[in-house]
Design a protein around this ligand. Structure first.
Ligand code: PGA
Length: 257
C-alpha cells in the first residue's frame, strides 16, 4: 500500500489581523518544530498571508490561501489570482462549503479554480461534502461522488491535488462525523479519483476529513485507512490546540511506519 504523508491544514476563515496571524503562525511553527512525518499548512485570510509566510519562513510549515479567482488577471474588482499569490503560498483551499453556500460558487467555478491553482504551481485543497438533508435522505455517497467529479472537471495535475471531505453539518457545529462515516465517504472519494485518473493517482492523493476536528477526536480519524489528515477550522485558531492535533497525527504516523 502507498504510504501517504498525513496533512493537517488550518483554515483560519475570516479571523486574525496580520499581527494576530503572525503570532499564531509563530506559535504553531514553534510547537511543531520537533514533529516529523506530518505536512502542516496554515491558511490565513489574504491580508495575513505575507505575515504568516514571513513567520514560517524558517520552519516546515506551509502557507495556503482560502480562495482564489479562476481568472489570471484583469477587471475583477476584489479578486485575487493564483499568480498574485506567488511566493506567499504553496496551497489554496477551493470550494469550501462556505464559498459554495454563501457566495454561490458552483462546481464548474470550483473546477476552474482548481485548474488555475495547479497551473500556477499551487496545490489545490478541493473541498466536497453533503448537507444534513442529503445525508438524511441516504444519498451522501452519490452526492459527494458527483460533486467531486464536477469539481475536478478538466483537472489533470494529480500530483498536486489534496481533497477534503467536509460534511456541511459537521462544520463549526461541534458535532464531527464519526470516523466510520468519514472513512466510508473518503473511500468513495478515492474510488472516484481512481475512476477519473487511475489507481496510481488515487492511491497517492491525500484525502482529509474536516468538520469539528480537535486534538481529542483526531486520533480515530487518522487510524482509518483512507483518511490522511484533517482540515481544521475553529481549533486551528488556538496554537496549543492545533499543535495538539499535529502531535497526535505525528505519533500515529510514526507508529504506522
Ligand atoms: P471546523 O471547520 O473545524 O470549525 O468545523 C472546518 C472547516 O470549515 O474547514
Amino acid at each position: 500500500m502507498t504510504r501517504r504523508t498525513p496533512v493537517i491544514a488550518g483554515n483560519w476563515k475570516m479571523n486574525t489581523t496580520p499581527d494576530e496571524g503572525k503570532e499564531l503562525a509563530i506559535g504553531i511553527a514553534s510547537g511543531c518544530d520537533q514533529l516529523d512525518g506530518v505536512e502542516v499548512i496554515v491558511c490565513p485570510p489574504f491580508t495575513g498571508l505575507a505575515a504568516a509566510a514571513e513567520a514560517t519562513a524558517n520552519s516546515a510549515i506551509s502557507v495556503g490561501a482560502q480562495n482564489i479567482s479562476s481568472e489570471p488577471s484583469g477587471a475583477f474588482t476584489g479578486e485575487i489570482s493564483a499568480a498574485m499569490l506567488e511566493g506567499l503560498v504553496t496551497h489554496v483551499i477551493v470550494g469550501h462549503s462556505e464559498r459554495r453556500a454563501l457566495y454561490g460558487e458552483t462546481d464548474e467555478q470550483i473546477a476552474a479554480k482548481a485548474v488555475a491553482a495547479a497551473a500556477a504551481g499551487l496545490s489545490p485543497i478541493v473541498c466536497v461534502g453533503e448537507s444534513l438533508e442529503v445525508r438524511q435522505s441516504g444519498q451522501a455517497i452519490e452526492f459527494v461522488e458527483n460533486q467531486l467529479r464536477e469539481s475536478l472537471s478538466g483537472y489533470t495535475a494529480w500530483n498536486q491535488l489534496i481533497v477534503a471531505y467536509e460534511p456541511v453539518w459537521a462544520i463549526g457545529t461541534g458535532e464531527a462525523a464519526t470516523p466510520q462515516q468519514a472513512q466510508e465517504i473518503i473511500a468513495a472519494i478515492r474510488a472516484g479519483i481512481s475512476g477519473i485518473a487511475g489507481d496510481e493517482h488515487a492511491s497517492r492523493t491525500r484525502v482529509l476529513y474536516g468538520g469539528s476536528v480537535n486534538s481529542t477526536n483526531i486520533g480515530p480519524f487518522m487510524d482509518r485507512p483512507d483518511i490522511d489528515g484533517a482540515l481544521v477550522g475553529g481549533a486551528s485558531l488556538k496554537s496549543d490546540e492545533f499543535v495538539g492535533i499535529v502531535e497526535v497525527a505525528a505519533r500515529l504516523s510514526a507508529e504506522a511506519s
